[in-house]
Ligand binder design. Structure first.
Ligand code: PMT
Length: 217
């Protein structure tokens, strides 16, 4: 099947983890591989969309003339890159696992192991998705929620608080879902609906997500 149902649509997709530097050799990161976001970008491009893909550090590669990739490292860099493109976006899908906190001070030299205890003070990062929700004009805004408890309640809260049109929940309590796996198990919420999907490859999950979005546009 070769449907081009996103022809002429501009997508903004984020993928991967962020790295928050502690010093020149160390960082705080997470287990996101970038696969979910890259599969969304590939599927959208295959269906005719023009895709801006903004990725944190990931070994995923893509070679598609409809995908322009921007590689960033920290949450702040991702924030800055996202807002260069947001205005000119029809559909935004934020599948990156963005750090909520970053070291207050990034040491300029490697921290030496002199002390028995070391305290790293963290400060909150700006929430990219929430800021997008606050500045939403015409965009269809899709968030992800990665949860380990009270999954549905938390996902619905994020949908509302961040002014989203849709949220994709994946739970680390479901086997084969979330980070690094080539599979995922999701539940989609809009302000008025919800739909549960079975465990599938991330390629198929990307297709389900884009089918759902297509029906809403
Ligand atoms: O990359 P993979 O290995 O394939 O794994 C995929 C995934 C598990 C990373 C992906 O499916 C996923 O769930 N991504 C979102 C992970 C996450 O950070 O969820 P959250 O519930 O903490 O954040 C909620 C939403 O707010 C997300 O859309 C996130 O991108 C966004 N956010 C969070 C913090 C922040 N400072 N800015 C944000 O925009």
């Amino acid at each position: 099947e070769n449907k081009r149902d996103f022809e002429g649509k501009k997508f903004l997709i984020t993928a991967g983890p962020t790295y928050e530097n502690i010093d020149p050799v160390r960082f705080i990161g997470n287990h996101s591989s970038g696969k979910m976001g890259f599969d969304l970008a590939r599927e959208a491009a295959k269906r005719g969309a023009e895709v801006i893909l903004i990725s944190g550090p990931s070994s995923q590669r893509v070679d598609d003339k409809n995908i322009r990739i921007y590689r960033v490292s920290s949450a702040q860099e991702m924030f800055d890159e996202v807002f260069k493109h947001y205005e000119n976006t029809d559909v935004a899908i934020m599948s990156a696992a963005v750090a909520d906190y970053t070291p207050k001070v990034k040491a300029t030299e490697k921290i030496k192991k002199n002390e028995n205890e070391l305290v790293i003070e963290l400060v909150k990062n700006k929430d990219i998705l929430r800021t997008m929700g606050e500045h939403k004009t015409h965009q269809f805004l899709v968030g992800f929620a990665l949860e380990t408890q009270n999954e549905e309640e938390n996902a619905k809260m994020k949908l509302k608080k961040k002014n989203l049109d849709m949220i994709v929940l994946n739970s680390l309590r479901d086997e084969g879902a979330g980070f690094a796996n080539d599979t995922n198990k999701i539940k989609i919420f809009t302000p008025t609906e919800e739909q549960t999907f079975s465990l599938k490859s991330k390629e198929e999950v990307a297709e389900d997500i884009l089918n759902f979005i297509q029906a809403k546009l």
